[in-house]
Design a protein around this ligand. Structure first.
Ligand SMILES: Cc1cc2nc3c(=O)[nH]c(=O)nc-3n(C[C@H](O)[C@H](O)[C@H](O)COP(=O)(O)O)c2cc1C
Length: 403
């Protein structure tokens, strides 16, 4: 029967089922580095892996690299027609996506499908390239399977990002093996009142490369940004963006720290404006019981550190926000659930609560690439146990996880 997953940092549940060489390598070589807060620098680790993935994406047609990537895909993909969905004009081969922030500049856009993802969200990209906040700015909280980050939208800027994407020679939108979303944010140097034009410039430039676009108004690391979540501001921003030539399906990404009435206002606005969907949630400014947790790298408590919390501690709140959005907007508004998902059971719970799609970040880093096939297998298995024909029937069904 259903169990309460929301305080558990133990993802062990069905881990034993999926065993791949990639998973074993990850556990052996990367696992020990992720097992404590100290040691390998979290940002350096992800930069190193992204550099390698970026090179692989650029050269993915070279026979040797193609062979390696196809081998990876053979291990990690789980094609299953029951997991396919068409949403806001995009065909998703499965509901599991890579969340924004891992591939901020889209350097590996050509190969995310080989990790089994049904979609990948690139960005956040801002109009002006910017270095982000001073380091260290990404911290592991290993015992809690969590992270704290205050990256501050470090990215090369919309124009350079477009060049990076074009260099990869991606198939046209709609003909790709995986759906590509592009997440757009406000440049730090742009005052809040000029935000709509700043977002619109990035959107216009990147729209031809995106299957969908996301308005990020919820990062805690750009001063003032979250004020754009206020109903009037958000409505003006969305209306401006929808007038942008070639605007793809547009979604809004919200924070977990919103009051209930603010969540309701966004849900209503999204529905009235005909937005393609809402992504819930970004990282949290709330310390969610971890106020006194010491960050070993700085010696300060989390309560005194800037940045957004992600991973297991935000799971419960992410689920609450999703439920609230669903209750207010109804089943017609597509929702993407993200925050603390690190197992098939948690993924199922989010889908049953109303998410059409889910995204992974912190859980994927801790669990490794095997998490994607593990979730896909688990979802397929639950469909069988409940006698459902497709994942769409599970969305918002509130059906429990069956052992
Ligand atoms: C290091 C880091 C960087 C992130 N950068 C972004 C970003 O640029 N844009 C964004 O919308 N979300 C960003 N996020 C938030 C994630 O996309 C996701 O919403 C959040 O981490 C909750 O999911 P999780 O618990 O699975 O990590 C970032 C998260 C992390 C950990």
């Amino acid at each position: 029967m259903a169990t309460d997953l929301n305080d558990s940092a133990d993802p062990g549940e069905a881990r034993a089922r999926t065993r791949t060489a990639t998973g074993a390598l990850y556990r052996q070589f990367v696992g020990p580095m992720l097992a404590s807060d100290e040691g390998a620098d979290a940002e350096q680790l992800s930069q190193l892996s992204l550099q390698a993935l970026g090179q692989a994406s650029l050269r993915r047609h070279w026979p040797l690299i193609r062979g390696a990537l196809d081998g990876l895909g053979a291990e990690l993909k789980r094609p299953d027609p029951r997991l396919e969905q068409s949403l806001f004009g995009c065909r998703f081969s499965n509901p599991v996506g890579l969340a924004a922030g891992f591939d901020k500049n889209g350097v590996a856009a050509g190969i995310w499908h080989q990790f089994g993802f049904g979609f990948a969200e690139l960005g956040t990209i801002t109009w002006h390239g910017q270095p982000g906040n001073p380091r260290p700015r990404l911290f592991r909280l290993a015992a809690e399977r969590a992270a704290l980050n205050r990256m501050g939208f470090n990215n090369v800027g919309a124009q350079a990002a477009r060049r990076l994407l074009e260099r990869q020679g991606l198939p046209a939108a709609g003909q790709r093996p995986t759906v590509l979303g592009i997440n757009i944010g406000k440049s730090k140097q742009t005052p809040l009142e000029l935000a709509p034009d700043d977002y619109a410039s990035s959107l216009e430039l990147l729209a031809p490369l995106a299957d969908y676009a996301v308005v990020n108004v919820s990062s805690p690391n750009t001063p003032g940004l979250r004020e754009l979540q206020e109903e009037g501001n958000l409505r003006r921003l969305v209306e401006r963006l929808r007038r942008t030539p070639g605007c793809p399906p547009l979604l809004v990404k919200v924070a977990p720290d919103l009051e209930d009435d603010a969540i309701d206002a966004i849900a209503r606005m999204a529905y009235q404006e005909g937005l393609a969907g809402v992504i819930a949630v970004n990282t949290s400014l709330d310390r969610l019981g971890l106020e006194q947790r010491r960050l070993t790298q700085t010696g300060r408590n989390l309560a005194d550190e800037a940045g957004g919390l992600s991973g297991v501690p935000i799971r419960r709140r992410a689920l609450e926000v999703l439920r609230r959005l669903r209750a207010t907007a109804g089943p017609a508004l597509p929702l993407i659930g993200v925050g603390g998902i690190d197992s098939a059971q948690v993924a199922w719970e989010r889908i049953a609560a109303g998410a059409c799609l889910i995204q992974l970040y912190t859980g994927w880093v801790y669990e490794g690439p095997e998490l994607v096939p593990l979730i896909l297998e688990g979802l397929g298995d639950q469909l069988s146990r409940h006698g459902l024909a497709g994942i769409g029937q599970a969305v918002g069904s509130n059906l429990p996880w069956l052992e």
